[in-house]
Design a protein around this ligand. Structure first.
Ligand code: SAM
Length: 280
């Protein structure tokens, strides 16, 4: 089905980007659209009202969130069908991206209705371009599961993805997530992008192993993680690295496990290699 967004007819869904922190990060077109539509659906009306007031937008506001989307989706689609122009916004950034909206888009498209994007900031892609980690190819993952067993299984599925991966994470889960990443994926470069566009914006360029020693971080966080790489660094001799760790007080098994992680090597193979090396 081919649908032109700029046809002269009534009834359209606009997906409107809003700021991810700094109120000024909104486009002129977003403001125009929010002023001109019949109704705005927002994830949290109490939060969005501040933005709307700031820009003198007086359009009628209703809620559309994770917990009412099952019932509300059909209402919204029927409103568009009846000729209303509707805007959907979320608390920050692009609606639909780790935020509600996909269900309406899917239903509206199924019904042959017009859906149009009003682009603007999104935390993940904004963090990616400033991270210093290869911007392409990338995989946007969003939030890992909050349950550790599921999170570990998700990370296992991502283990050999050789794209940069974008994650969102809540500050109170950061330490656990970084620990699980290190355990499952081994050592990798990571950029922790915090509080983007706000007063305490910060980028921490580090590795997973060093990130585990960071003090507690607050605020909103995006993790830009380097993708899987075959370890081709010939300058590091795995046998010597294991011996070094043993000298530092690691038990041989732990030293092998740690070296396998640091050099992205298979632990069992490394174990065999090390015992051959020792029995020479
Ligand atoms: N729809 C949003 C987008 O387009 O980026 C994402 C919404 S998601 C529910 C919220 C998460 O996005 C936060 O937990 C954090 O991981 C990330 N985020 C949002 N704003 C951010 C900011 N200013 N700095 C860093 N991360 C941010």
């Amino acid at each position: 089905m081919r649908i032109r967004s700029f046809e002269e007819k009534q009834g359209i869904l606009y997906l409107v980007a809003t700021p991810i922190g700094n109120m000024s990060d909104i486009t002129l077109r977003a403001i125009e659209i929010l002023k001109s539509v019949d109704k705005i659906y927002a994830e949290d009306t109490r939060n969005s009202i501040n933005l709307l007031k700031h820009y003198n937008i007086t359009t009628h506001l209703e809620s559309y969130h994770e917990f009412n989307q099952e019932t509300k989706t059909l209402d919204v689609v029927n409103e568009i069908k009846s000729g209303l122009n509707i805007a959907l916004i979320s608390d920050a950034g692009l609606p639909v991206i780790s935020d509600p909206g996909y269900k309406i888009v899917k239903e509206a498209r199924k019904e042959g209705l017009r859906v149009s994007t009003i682009p603007g900031p999104s935390a993940g892609i904004s963090a990616l371009i400033a991270s210093g980690i290869a911007p392409m190819p990338y995989t946007f993952y969003g939030f890992l599961d909050s349950k550790q067993s599921k999170r570990i299984s998700e990370l296992n599925d991502l283990k050999y993805v050789n794209h940069t991966i974008i994650f969102y994470e809540a500050p109170h889960r950061l330490k656990d997530t970084l620990t699980d990443m290190y355990e499952v994926l081994g050592n990798r470069n990571i950029c922790i992008a915090r509080e983007l566009t706000k007063t305490f914006e910060e980028y921490i360029e580090t590795t997973l192993s060093d990130a585990l020693n960071l003090d507690t971080l607050k605020g909103e966080i995006v993790l830009i993680l380097e993708g899987y790489k075959e370890n081709n660094d010939e300058s590091i001799n795995p046998m010597e690295r294991i011996d070094e760790l043993i000298k530092l007080g690691y038990k041989p098994n732990e030293a092998i496990k740690e070296t396998a992680k640091q050099l992205n090597k298979d632990r069992k193979e490394l174990y065999k290699e090390y015992s051959d090396y020792k029995n020479k």
